[in-house]
Design a protein around this ligand. Structure first.
Ligand code: GTP
Ligand code: MG
Length: 197
């Protein structure tokens, strides 16, 4: 798929104020700092579209971007170690969970996993929670440029193995680098196929 246009639409904390659920939508989620916003910029080839930062907790709202005037990418706040108060964290969790459960046009969630790390409990639990709720998702390993292919492949294999404790079949995965544009075509083709269903 060719991305001809990518435009910021709105930022929200309230489900009631999201754009009408009339176009297919894909949400990007994962731990703070895993590279969600960078991946969105890489997919759209628009550097400043989603705000990125070295400091975890940059994205704090549900951000909608309209692609080719026909489908949405959604950038979500990260879960995990962002330095925010407990009450704020609970508030985020509540509206993100609400969004993931209620959004009718949500086709698939991209769960981003740092390819440099051994399987993390918080990521496995997040995958399990989507699985339990029947929310479709795929796994996206990020920052593959930060180490050799062997290491990435080892961590991918470990994560997939750890997922077998929760799932009979492990969902599809992508290996990406926002720096090198790795995985771009694969993800855009995947979205294209889902859009056509
Ligand atoms: P929050 O919004 O805070 O949850 O973070 P995020 O998941 O949106 O991460 P973001 O895209 O802001 O990236 C975090 C940091 O990782 C930034 O310093 C990025 O430049 C860096 N980064 C993201 N993706 C890659 C990648 O593929 N390769 C490398 N080398 N660095 C990356
Ligand atoms: Mg972000």
């Amino acid at each position: 798929m060719i991305v001809k246009s990518a435009d910021f639409v709105c930022s929200n904390t309230q489900i009631s104020k999201l754009p009408p659920a009339t176009k297919p939508e894909y949400a990007f989620i994962g731990r703070s700092n895993v590279g969600k916003s960078s991946l969105i910029n890489m997919l759209t080839s628009k550097k400043g579209l989603a705000k990125t930062s070295q400091t975890p907790g940059k994205t704090q709202l549900i951000n909608h971007f309209l692609i080719n005037e026909s489908w949405y990418i959604v950038d979500l706040p990260g879960y995990g170690y962002a330095r925010i108060s407990k009450s704020k964290k609970e508030e985020w969790n509540k509206y993100i969970r609400n969004y993931l459960e209620k959004r009718e046009n949500l086709q698939c969630v991209f769960i981003l996993i740092d390819s440099r790390l051994e399987p993390q409990k918080i990521d496995l639990e997040f995958c399990a929670s989507l699985g339990e709720r029947g929310i479709p998702f795929v796994i996206t390993f990020t920052k593959a440029d930060k180490q050799g292919k062997v290491k990435t492949d080892q961590n991918v294999a470990k994560f997939r193995k750890a997922m077998l404790a929760f799932f009979e079949e492990v969902p599809q995965h992508f290996i990406t680098s926002a720096e090198l544009q790795t995985g771009r075509d694969e993800i855009l083709n995947f979205i294209d196929e889902v859009n056509q269903k």
